[in-house]
Design a protein around this ligand. Sequence first.
Ligand code: CTP
Length: 363
Amino acid sequence: AAQAFVRPLTFQSVTGRRAYIDDDLWGEEAHVLHVGLAQDASLFLIAPVTANTMAKLAHGQADNLLTLTALGAACPLALAPAMDVGMYEHAATQANVDTLTGRGVTVIGPVEGRMASGKVGLGRFVEPHELFGWVRKLLGAEGTLKGKSIVVTAGGTQEPLDPVRVLANRSSGKQGFALAQAAVDRGARVTLITGPTSLATPVGVSRVDINTATEMLEQTLQACVKADGLLMAAAVADFHPKKTQSQKIKRQEGVPQVVLEPTADILAAVMKAKQKHDFPKRIIGFAAESSDLIENTRKKLEQKGVDLIVANDISAEDAGFSVDSNRVTILSAAGEVTALELMPKTEVAEQVLDRLEALFESG
Ligand code: CTP
């Protein structure tokens, strides 16, 4: 019935891969097709899946190419339902969902929203980015960071002056979010502690939203208990207003004098906790520098006592804050200096995680 919506040729044209239909089950490849199609698969995803197909899968029925192939597949199965709210909420469908999830099948969504019928409710297909996020999580489950717990901090903090105004910085959170996604892709359990940002939470990440440096300190210390690694990518405010006005500062009162005081150094607090509890095992700091990158970072590395520092020159237009690319230099406690070329932040994240893995391996 799906062919009434989208022809197989459309799928073939956009993917460059053959699209199979029920007629193929009785064609030349017939006897092996239902086994062969999923033989080398790492994941079997049916998206969208109907109430009817879910019912068949729940009961092991195999009367078409899709359900036959699913029954023969040895890889994990994921389903993204899409149907009218009444169908999804029906006790029969819900019992099928329970049967399937009880068997280890991942059911992705559905989400609430407007249906084709005009009704509003639970039954809409998840958004594509959410679906991709699930695919990444499921494919990464057996990855090289399986069993590891990683804490990532991201974004900038906001320090309130009054109920309306804050002292903030230009950090977008993109590098931290890319690190969190990359860690999920490798099978890690990830806690992402982030300042205000509109970025979507990578699927599989447990996200903690904070505003101030003080809140980030508390949440980071809490998350680091028993964590294997900390990636401190956040741009934490170094100073906050000594006094936050409880009422809005009024223009008529004249130009306010704002007195700042230092915030807590989160990395220093984590290092102190590490001496006591031996957690987190490995710590990677980040540095934003606008001059003398190597020299300043080397000093920071010594002062902070972390395993690595990923330094970026924020004076470059194509790297650093807000943009999607970064040009970083990685300095290690062992004295190594690696200057990486300009690359997407997603690629920087992979490079950083390669080094984190090497640190884990070295003990
Ligand atoms: N950092 C922190 N707590 C702070 C400020 C920064 O833990 N209060 C962390 C950052 O998340 C980063 C590292 O320290 O991993 C270096 O941050 P950076 O701003 O480059 O350096 P600072 O220590 O703040 O020094 P400066 O601003 O003088 O360069």
